[in-house]
Write a protein that binds this ligand. Sequence first.
Ligand SMILES: *Cc1c(COP(=O)(O)O)cnc(C)c1O
Length: 403
Amino acid sequence: MINFKELATKYKTPLYVYDFDYMSAQYNELKDAFRARKSILAYAVKANSNLSVVRHFAKLGAGADCVSIGEVRRAFLAGIPAYKIIFSGVGKNDDEIREAIQKEILYINVESEAELGRVELIAKELNAVSRISIRVNPNIDPQTHPYISTGLHDNKFGVDLESAKRMYIKANNSAFLDPVGIHFHIGSQLTELKPIYESAEIVADLVRSLANIKIELKFFDIGGGLGVVYKDEVTIKPYDYSQAILGTLKGLDLTVICEPGRFLTANAGYFLTKVLYEKQNGEKKFVVVDGAMNDLIRPSLYNAYHRIEAITNSAKETRKVDIVGPVCESGDFLAKNYELPELEHNDLLVVHSAGAYGFGMGSNYNTRGRSAEIAVESGVDRMIRKRETFEDLIAPELEFLEK
Ligand SMILES: *Cc1c(COP(=O)(O)O)cnc(C)c1O
């Protein structure tokens, strides 16, 4: 059990706390589910890109799925070997592509025909061969929130099957491209196995038809997206997931690559915030806290639910409140109509499931420094990121201030 009250006193609030043992357990369970095959779990760095978090997964043997060259650099710094690093994303600029090729990562995940052309051109300039994978959009509805759905033709990710085939042929004929993998990622917070299974079947069929024309791929990259429990969701079990995927790969000699983000970190993270005061506007009761949408934007952005636990001595009856932060936006809330007991100044709220897409989506809006981040491992807590100071925030501007 993590002593949140002690941590809040020691490090102040707002504060992110991560349970590294929980991250290990999630990693090991998923890795173990794929033991029947060669596999790499390439941690999706964007979920929580703190260097110490990435290092933690590096020590467990993970790879990294990166969506910017900044994330690729983080993965290297954290000790993930080049041959386990993947670079994905719909819009990579020339400098990013060049650096990825020079760093000899496992492959660049190509998301359009135009991008394939850019990668080829840059590889040629470098007189190098770029390993690539192509992100296929299987046009399957993942049945998740539209903002985090990525596997339908009407969103921007990946290419359709016919284009993919054309691109593989082009890449195979190029002296500067080496097509080694195939990739799909249909969405995030997936709780239904069927769309994943159907996508895998479609993509595996494409692998077979490529093999028939002597294009032999090595990596079958199933993306991330495994859902987690925020409230009362029924989630996919890692074993069922792996069996469904592996079932589509009969007769194929492929290394499976999985890119979990949320699954590894969401429920390892807690966001700690203190009550400033309560206020009543007409019928509406508000609890104003010191944490805000610039710390945790998921409620504002996706209307996401986070369980919130109150640590208070005033164990009175509960009532429905909106929990809001100090930022000057009506959209600045952590929860609406949430049952909480009466709270006093400095009572602590623990926002659960905040380890993925929490700190990383944070900003400095309203000139608020981002919070510190703390790791807890085997009962020992340590700081893994300092709280930002006012000086940190203004440093990039200060030299330009007219005297
Ligand atoms: C965001 C993303 C992931 C991770 O998604 P989760 O839902 O956090 O598991 C994996 N792969 C790609 C390509 C992504 O864009």
